[in-house]
Design a protein around this ligand. Structure first.
Ligand SMILES: Nc1ncnc2c1ncn2[C@@H]1O[C@H](COP(=O)(O)OP(=O)(O)OP(=O)(O)O)[C@@H](O)[C@H]1O
Ligand SMILES: [Mg+2]
Length: 376
């Protein structure tokens, strides 16, 4: 059944264009881009944790500039006041003995929000956020719950909240269904692009409205699950439990919607096992060892293309770092290994990522040959 051909879904085409434009500007950020766009479709929040200068803001700001609608963005510190996030208390209302906030331009009116350094926020702000992120409601102080239009909250931090920092930070971290550690650029070619490109800001040729995001969400929600994909998710959860990784029931349930959103983003018309790739960012609680366990189990059970590409590229980098190209035997061995990796990539079902990876491997092979010819 092919209900959702991309030529009948201009919203999905916009997502595809943004995905491509973001990943051609941002170096080695394909996973993070997929994560954020998936979150947007799934209506779930995202947290990126990584060292300073790892393009977290560049990505999150770009996505926020892509979306229309009302936005709120703030860099939180321990001195940030509740007023700066929620709006000042209304003096006019106070005169009538009512405790209300003037929320114009602040988080309670935002459809899309970006909270930088989220773990630095004060207790009072964290407590308000807990409810807002989960229930999409807040209490202005008069005991009345007001709903907020928040669709997506993006957050960044330089480190995970340490386990001894109390329940509050753990609870906030849990409000983000999609969470990922951002690593510095790994490849030599990536580093060259970083150094010798003056402007890394993505140029997005489209914009997307909240209504279009809503349409994408509805389409994603109607994608059926193939039976083997259902089995794979159940197996992943069982295998993870054996390794002591037991994400809560809410997390497990919501992961289903995230995987559908990711399948939609990749242009599929049903959810297949390989779309479970994105679940590696949902199905764990403790950021220590558990994300690797989730990635390992999902790679084993569902064997997603994206994860195999990442693994193969990692092998290329490790091999190139270890090889001495001036040693002919070494260079020949490295060239054979590159050719073998290219064969493995060629066997994967083609998507943009496979093609990009093959291009990269071929380029490395060419460079390797040139370097060893020069060495003779
Ligand atoms: N992977 C990357 N791709 C493209 N540009 C990058 C990349 N990593 C770093 N840069 C460059 O470094 C700059 C700094 O990145 P950015 O401010 O987004 O980092 P950050 O992760 O938000 O850091 P901080 O934690 O300090 O806020 C970017 O604007 C860009 O020029
Ligand atoms: Mg930043």
């Amino acid at each position: 059944m092919r209900l959702l051909r991309s030529d009948t879904d201009p919203v999905r085409d916009k997502f595809a264009a943004a995905r491509q434009e973001l990943s051609s500007a941002l170096i080695e950020r394909e996973d993070e881009i997929d994560l954020v766009l998936t979150a947007l479709v799934a209506n779930e929040h995202v947290l990126l944790v990584g060292p300073p200068g790892s393009a977290k803001s560049l990505l999150l700001d770009s996505v926020l500039s892509w979306t229309g609608g009302s936005k709120f963005s703030i860099l939180l510190t321990k001195f940030t006041t509740v007023e700066e996030v929620m709006g000042p208390v209304s003096l006019a209302a106070l005169k009538e003995d009512k405790y209300l906030r003037v929320t114009a331009g602040k988080l309670p009116e935002a459809e899309f929000a970006y909270l930088d350094e989220v773990f630095k926020a004060s207790s009072a702000i964290l407590n308000t956020l807990l409810r807002m992120l989960n229930e999409r409601a807040y209490d202005a102080g008069d005991g009345v719950a007001r709903t907020v239009p928040l669709k997506l909250c993006l957050a960044a931090s330089n480190e995970w909240a340490a386990p001894d920092t109390g329940k509050e930070l753990a609870a906030i971290a849990d409000r983000f269904l999609l969470r990922k550690t951002v690593a510095p650029i790994r490849s030599q070619a990536g580093r060259q692009k970083l150094l010798w490109t003056r402007d890394h800001a993505p140029r997005l040729s489209t914009t997307i409205t909240p209504a279009e995001v809503g349409q994408a969400r509805l389409r994603a929600l109607t994608l059926p699950w193939a039976d083997d994909a259902k089995d794979a998710l159940e197996t992943v959860l069982k295998e993870l439990a054996k390794e002591g990784v037991q994400p809560g029931d809410r997390r497990q349930f919501k992961t289903v919607g995230v995987v559908q959103a990711f399948a939609y983003l990749t242009g599929a018309d049903e959810v297949r096992p390989e779309h479970l790739e994105v679940a590696q960012h949902c199905l764990w609680d403790d950021p220590g060892e558990q994300p690797q366990a989730a990635a390992r189990v999902i790679a084993r059970v569902a064997n997603p293309t994206g994860m195999r590409v990442t693994q193969l590229l990692l092998e290329v980098e490790q091999m190139l770092a270890a090889a001495d190209v001036r040693d002919l035997a070494d260079a020949a061995k490295a060239a054979a290994k590159l050719a073998e990796i290219d064969r493995q990539l060629a066997a994967l079902k083609g998507n943009g990522r496979v093609d990009k990876a093959r291009g990269y491997v071929k380029e490395q092979l060419k460079k390797l040959k040139l370097a060893s010819i020069e060495a003779v």
